[in-house]
Each structure stands twice: as C-alpha cells, then as structure tokens.
Design a protein around this ligand. Sequence first.
Ligand SMILES: Cc1cc2nc3c(=O)[nH]c(=O)nc-3n(C[C@H](O)[C@H](O)[C@H](O)COP(=O)(O)OP(=O)(O)OC[C@H]3O[C@@H](n4cnc5c(N)ncnc54)[C@H](O)[C@@H]3O)c2cc1C
Length: 346
Amino acid sequence: MNGRHIGIAGAGLLGRLLAWRLSAAGHRVEVFDPAAGPDDRTPPQAAGWTAAGMLSPIAELETADLATARRGWRSLDLWAEWLPRLPRQVDFRRQCSLLLAHRADAGSAQRLLAVLAAKGAAWPGPQPLSLPQLAELEPAVHGPALAWLLPGEGQVHAVQAMQALAEAATAQGVRWHWQQPVTEAEPGRLDGRRFDHVFDVRGLGARPALPVRGVRGEVAWVQARGLVLNRPLRLLHPRWRVYLVPRPDDVVLVGATEIESEDRSPVSVRSLLGLLSAAHSVLPELAEGRVLHLETNLRPALPDNLPCLHTQPGLTRINGLFRHGWLLAPAMVEEALAASTLESLV
Ligand SMILES: Cc1cc2nc3c(=O)[nH]c(=O)nc-3n(C[C@H](O)[C@H](O)[C@H](O)COP(=O)(O)OP(=O)(O)OC[C@H]3O[C@@H](n4cnc5c(N)ncnc54)[C@H](O)[C@@H]3O)c2cc1C
C-alpha cells in the first residue's frame, strides 16, 4: 500500500462506497461506526439499509433541484459500471419506472407533470402511456386511469449492495472498527487519531458539526407468490407518496412515509393502512400477499433538504442525502475524491 492513510467516520451507504473506492485506489483505509458489525441492522441502523433503492432522477425533481437530477443520471451510470465488480450479485435494474394516478387524482398528476416539465427540460420527461400499453408493460397493474413511463430510471437492492460493498472493501484490506462511534471529525483527525485525510459521513451522527435532522420513513416488505412486477411503480396519491419496488423472490417493497419526526418506533397503523391500501389499489394481487417485514428509519436531511459536500485540506464532509442517497451517492463520492485529489494520488 503506497497510498494515503484515510479515516472514515460512518459505515453507512457513503462510508462503504468511499471505503471501497479509496481502497481500490490503493489507499490505506480505516472505518469507524457504532454498529456491532457489517450486517448489524438493529436501530439506529444506517438509513442505507432501509431504502427502497429507487433511482429516480426524473420523479425526484418534484422536490429536488437540477443538481440532484444531474448527479442522479451520473450515479445510474456509475452503479451500472460498479455493481458488476462487487464479489456478490446485487439486484440492479434499469428498466424505467412508471408513474400512476387514479382518475380522481388527475389534478395532482397534472401539477406534478407541470413541475417536472418546468425543471427538467434537459432530460427525457414522463411519456404518457395508454392503458393497453400499461397492461403490456405491467399486466399485474389494475386500477389506475393514468400512466406515464419515466425513461432511464432504475432501482438497486439496498441491502444486497450494503453487504456487497462491505465485503469488497474488506477484501481490499479496509480495516473496520465496529462499536466505535466518532465524536469529533476534524482535518486529519478522528477523535485524536491521525490520518492524512478524513471523511465525515456519519449521517445523523454528524451533529453538532452539521445541522442535520432525521426524517422518519416507514416501509413494508410484502411477498405475493406469483406476482410479476417488472419495474418500480410510483402512485400519485393525495396524501401518501407511495412507491412499489420489485425485489427478488416475489417481494414488493412498499414505501415510504415522510414524517418530520425523529421517532424510530415501529411502523404506525395509520401509515401501514395508508401505504398498503394505496399499493393494493394498483396491484390487487397484493391482497393475498404476506407482510414479511416492517421497518422504520430516519433520512439524514439538512435544513434546505439539499445534500452538502464540503472539502478542505485533510477533511471532507458529505451529508444531507435525505431521500435521494442511493441516487446521489456514487456521483458525490466521485466528486469528493476528485475534489480531495485522492483519486489521482496513487
Ligand atoms: C425509508 C427510507 C427510504 C429510502 N428510499 C430511498 C430511495 O428509494 N432512493 C434513494 O436514493 N434513497 C432512499 N433513501 C435515502 C438513503 O437511504 C439515505 O439518503 C442514505 O442512506 C444516506 O447515506 P449516508 O451514508 O449519508 O447515511 P447512512 O446510510 O445513515 O449512514 C450513516 C452511518 O454513520 C454511522 N454513524 C452514526 N453516528 C456515528 C458516529 N458518531 N461515528 C461514526 N459513525 C456514525 C451510522 O451508524 C451509519 O452507519 C431512503 C431512506 C429511508 C429511511
């Protein structure tokens, strides 16, 4: 190893990606995290574990800015390039996604389309689908009166990717320090330990250095034997932002609430009823599905809900990936390494 000595605070999505990329570039990498081990998912687990893994640069423009969309398109290309290099298979698909609305919600659909059109002129926008076209793409979908194809969007299996990134980084010599939270990340130092460069990617653990807050999200994993769903569905709903993401083994991940609260308690009855009834209104086969798993987690968000990437000599902080972490992380890691010149040091 002739590279630099790098310390990373946080072994969530960003921490694992950084560890893997930096060790691949020949740097000597150490990672610190309060979790008990690489597969520890007991709360407060990394937000990365709970994510649906939607990679939606078009639809996320509803609330995100153009920089997020630009980074999202770049990340889609990077995931396609990077995931096949990992030691275990990660379910990654780029087969577009669908935006659906019931007749009664045509008004909110029109509003969303207008927002996307105003913001996203540089990229392909939603393409209207007739009901026969929708039936051809997704025969299991019944109920919505309106549908659009979101070209180029994708999905990644977050749990598989978290596991595979840790394995790949370990194989490249990364040293993990589990059950070791970092209190202070400063230029060239993590709690007094010296490094050539330090990355602070602690998510909510970066307080008080950053004014980050947690935004509660709840998801349900439903298994419906025989159900065929080829791509993520996003249902326009007056009260819920509901998406349904297919995962292997006939599992559909239904998510996700977005509640201004740091309450990590289990999924509420109100949220579960809302998410599943909305999901069932477009995928009737879910009625006989089995709820395998319910999960709550907090998205790390900054006051403006935009991500931050701050680099100074000896220290890089990345945070505030909010509801777009899987969409943003590869592009932001690429930018961070370029900005800190670590990519070219070896
Ligand atoms: C319900 C839900 C659904 C989501 N769906 C999507 C989606 O479909 N698409 C998408 O793009 N994004 C989605 N996200 C967002 C995405 O998961 C996050 O943006 C992303 O995980 C943020 O990555 P991160 O590495 O900054 O933080 P995290 O993944 O939270 O990792 C932070 C790490 O820092 C560690 N840490 C905390 N304190 C300390 C400390 N003191 N010292 C050292 N380490 C510390 C934590 O243990 C953790 O391992 C979703 C999130 C949630 C909760």
